[in-house]
Design a protein around this ligand. Sequence first.
Ligand SMILES: *[C@@H]1O[C@H](CO)[C@@H](O)[C@H](O)[C@H]1NC(C)=O
Ligand SMILES: *[C@@H]1O[C@H](CO)[C@@H](O)[C@H](O)[C@H]1NC(C)=O
Length: 206
Amino acid sequence: MRFKNGFEIHCRLQWAGRVFLVLLLPSVLAKTKLSSKIKMSMKYYDIKACDNVVHYFRFTKVDYRMVDGGDVVDTDCYVDVDVKYLKMIFVQLQRCSGGVGRNQCEYFTGLKWTTNLCELATAKNMLWTPFVDKITPTFKCPYKAGFHQLRNATLDLSSFEKEGFHLPWERYIWKVHLRVLNEMDQIALCFNGTFEVRRVLVRKES
Ligand SMILES: *[C@@H]1O[C@H](CO)[C@@H](O)[C@H](O)[C@H]1NC(C)=O
Ligand SMILES: *[C@@H]1O[C@H](CO)[C@@H](O)[C@H](O)[C@H]1NC(C)=O
């Protein structure tokens, strides 16, 4: 009887120890995580208007700058048609190995959106939010043809991942082809770019 109780108590203590580990350890780890976080930092190359289709888009300036360890893009451009609403957004991704200059690229995926695009374009916490937010004049439908400026723009891949798009970002260099059609099927925006992604640990300063 005594032995059995002693054994039980011993087991309970062991069990309590495990519960302690299981419950407490993650919260200890979570606390260390709070003071630093992983940021997906972008490096952009070679952003150019499309050359193989009829479209109504041109760049007059494209610059890349490094801010906080990641690139941002500054552009001046013209969209030469009015956009009453957006009819289609098409993104094609190619993945490349062997360096930026080597053309060892293969088709990776194509994504097409066709509904509620004006709302989608201006929605918060999307891949393109820190891009669309930086357009002057402010983007909203309908949008007038003319001169546009983009300053400190980037893409938010972390938001994209939260939506379930876990791509092998760091293993390749990526080429993106983007096309945006207006209500008359005119290509209002069309460009190609190349980018790289690095995950960097950012420590919060406090
Ligand atoms: C842009 O990308 C498309 C699709 O990958 C390709 O057909 C076209 O030649 C590219 N144009 C430029 C200027 O790189
Ligand atoms: C862009 O970022 C720089 C700092 O890198 C800042 O001085 C400037 O005001 C920003 N411009 C806009 C339009 O957000």
